[in-house]
Design a protein around this ligand. Structure first.
Ligand code: BES
Ligand code: ZN
Length: 440
C-alpha cells in the first residue's frame, strides 16, 4: 500500500508503466488484428506480479471509446463552438473540471489573460482623380496598416510583373491566378510595395488566406471592382487610401489542471478544449479533451495515476496561450519541470495515426505501437499546437493525432464525424506513451 503523501520513486512509476505496457501488449493479442511482433520496449512482462497477471486488463481493457464519445457530444453539441475567451469556453472548462473531480482528481482552474487582434472592416477609397469607395476584404493574416499612395498594375504578381525600378512604397494591384496569395504578397513586398490589392479572376468577391502573416496590408477585391480600378489606371495615375486595422483586445481564458491528491506532475497529458468560432470543434479538439478525460478515468480506476497530471488548455486557437501560460507558471514558481508531455489534438477523424515532437519520444512510442496493432507514422514537427510550448521550454513532448481531417476549422467539424473507436485507440496509444516514457 502506498501511504498518504508518499510520492513513489521513479522506479515504482516505471514498474506501473511496465505493467500498463504489458497489458497493452495483451490487449493487442486479443484484438481482431493479427498481433504484431512485440517491440523491445514491450518486453518487461517479467516484472508482473502474480496478482497482476491474474487481472490482465487493469487499465487498457477499461478504456471505452463510447464513453469518451459522450464527452465529445457534450462539448461539441450541448456546449457547441468554444472560442477562446467566450462563455462557452468557460462552460467547457467547468464540465472538464467536474468530470475530473468525479473521477477523484483535485482540480485547479488556472486563469490567464491573452491578447488578440480583431480585424476591423478594411477600407479602400480612390482619392484622385475621382473619389470612389470600394468593398475590399482583408486576406486572413494580413498585416494592419493605413496607406495613401499611387496604385501600380502588377499583372499576376510574378517577379517580372513589377516595374524594374521597384514599387517605391506604392500599392500593387494584382490579379488572382497562377501563384498563391502568399507568393504574390511576398513578391510585392520584395519589390518595395507598401500594400497589395488582389482582385478576383472570376466573377464575384474574393476572400482568401495567407499562409503566414504578411508584413504589409493585403486586401482582396471582386473581379468587377478590380477591373474598374484597372480601367481608371489606364486613364492616368490613381491615388487610393487603404486601411486594414487590427484592434488589440484582451481575453480571459483558463486551463483546467487535474492532479491526483498526493501527486506532482511528472508527466503531463494535455489537450486543448477551445475551438475556433467558425464551428463546434468536435475533432479540433473536443476529441482530444474527451480522450484525456477517459484516460484520467481509467488510470484512477486502476490506481495507476501516480505522477501523471492532466491539463486541458484554453485559448490554443488564437496562439497556444494556455499551454504557454501553464509552462511559464511552472517555471516562474520554481516547480520541477515535468519529464514529458503528451498532447492529444485531433484524434477522432482521419485515416492514419501520426506522431510528432521530440524525436526520442516519438521513436519510443512508435516502437511500442505495433503491439497495439496500430501503426503511427512519425512525421516532421510542423503542426502548431500545445506540445510546442513544452518543447520550447526544453520539456520533451509528443503530439498524437490522426491525419487528415478536411473539415477542421469549419462549421462541419461536427460530432457525427468523430469515431469512438479512434478515441479508444488514442487513449491506448497514450497509455503506451506513458509506459514508454518511464521505461528504462
Ligand atoms: N488542432 C490544430 C493543429 C493540428 C492540425 C493538429 C492538424 C493536428 C492536425 C490547432 O488547433 C490549430 O489550429 N493550430 C493552428 C495554429 C495555432 C498556433 C493557432 C494552425 O494549425 O493553424
Ligand atoms: Zn485548431
Amino acid at each position: 500500500m502506498i501511504p498518504p503523501r508518499f510520492i513513489p520513486p521513479l522506479s515504482c512509476l516505471t514498474f506501473l508503466c511496465a505493467l500498463i505496457l504489458s497489458c497493452l501488449a495483451l490487449t493487442a493479442c486479443q484484438g481482431t488484428k493479427p498481433p504484431a511482433e512485440p517491440s523491445p520496449t514491450v518486453s518487461p512482462t517479467a516484472t508482473l506480479s502474480p496478482t497482476v497477471t491474474s487481472s490482465p486488463w487493469p487499465v487498457a481493457s477499461q478504456v471505452d471509446g463510447d464513453r469518451a464519445y459522450r464527452h465529445v457530444l457534450v462539448l461539441a453539441e450541448d456546449i457547441g463552438s468554444r472560442p477562446a475567451g467566450s462563455g462557452a469556453e468557460r462552460q467547457a472548462a467547468q464540465y472538464i473540471s467536474q468530470q475530473l473531480i468525479t473521477y477523484g482528481y483535485r482540480t485547479q482552474v488556472q486563469e490567464f489573460t491573452f491578447e488578440y487582434y480583431v480585424e476591423e472592416a478594411p477600407s479602400l477609397e480612390v482619392v484622385e482623380p475621382t473619389p470612389l469607395s470600394l468593398n475590399p476584404a482583408a486576406l486572413r493574416l494580413s498585416a494592419g496598416g493605413e496607406v495613401t499612395a499611387e496604385v501600380v498594375l502588377a499583372g499576376l504578381g510574378r517577379p517580372h510583373d513589377f516595374p524594374p525600378e521597384g514599387l517605391k512604397s506604392r500599392i500593387a494591384l494584382i490579379e488572382r491566378g497562377e501563384l498563391s496569395f502568399s507568393d504574390k504578397v511576398t513578391n510585392a513586398t520584395a519589390a518595395g510595395a507598401a500594400a497589395v490589392v488582389i482582385y478576383n479572376n472570376v466573377e464575384g468577391p474574393l476572400r482568401g488566406d495567407l499562409q503566414e502573416e504578411s508584413s504589409i496590408p493585403a486586401l482582396s477585391l471582386s473581379q468587377a471592382e478590380g477591373r474598374q480600378l484597372q480601367a481608371m489606371l489606364e486613364e492616368g495615375p490613381l491615388t487610393v487610401h487603404l486601411s486594414a486595422k487590427l484592434a488589440q483586445e484582451t481575453g480571459m481564458s483558463q486551463n483546467v489542471i487535474g492532479r491526483s491528491p498526493q501527486d506532482d506532475c511528472r508527466v503531463v497529458v494535455g489537450a486543448h478544449y477551445d475551438s475556433v468560432a467558425a464551428g463546434p470543434g468536435a475533432n479540433d479538439n473536443a476529441s482530444g479533451s474527451a480522450t484525456l478525460l477517459e484516460i484520467a478515468r481509467v488510470l484512477e480506476l486502476g490506481g495507476q495515476q501516480e505522477g501523471v497530471c492532466f491539463v486541458a488548455f484554453g485559448a490554443e486557437e488564437p496562439g497556444l496561450f494556455g499551454s504557454r501560460h501553464f509552462v511559464t507558471t511552472l517555471t516562474s514558481q520554481g516547480q520541477p519541470s515535468p519529464q514529458a508531455m503528451v498532447n492529444l489534438d485531433m484524434v477522432g477523424v482521419g485515416a492514419e495515426w501520426q506522431l510528432m515532437g521530440s524525436p526520442a519520444l516519438v521513436e519510443k512510442i512508435d516502437q511500442g505501437a505495433a503491439a497495439l496493432g496500430l501503426d503511427p507514422l512519425p512525421t516532421e514537427p510542423r503542426l502548431n499546437t500545445d506540445h510546442l510550448s513544452f518543447m520550447a521550454a526544453d520539456i520533451p513532448a509528443v503530439l498524437i493525432h490522426r491525419f487528415e481531417d478536411p473539415r477542421y476549422h469549419t462549421e462541419f467539424d461536427r460530432a457525427e464525424f468523430v469515431e469512438p473507436q479512434l478515441l479508444e485507440e488514442a487513449a491506448k496509444l497514450t497509455l503506451l506513451a506513458l509506459a514508454a516514457l518511464t521505461s528504462p
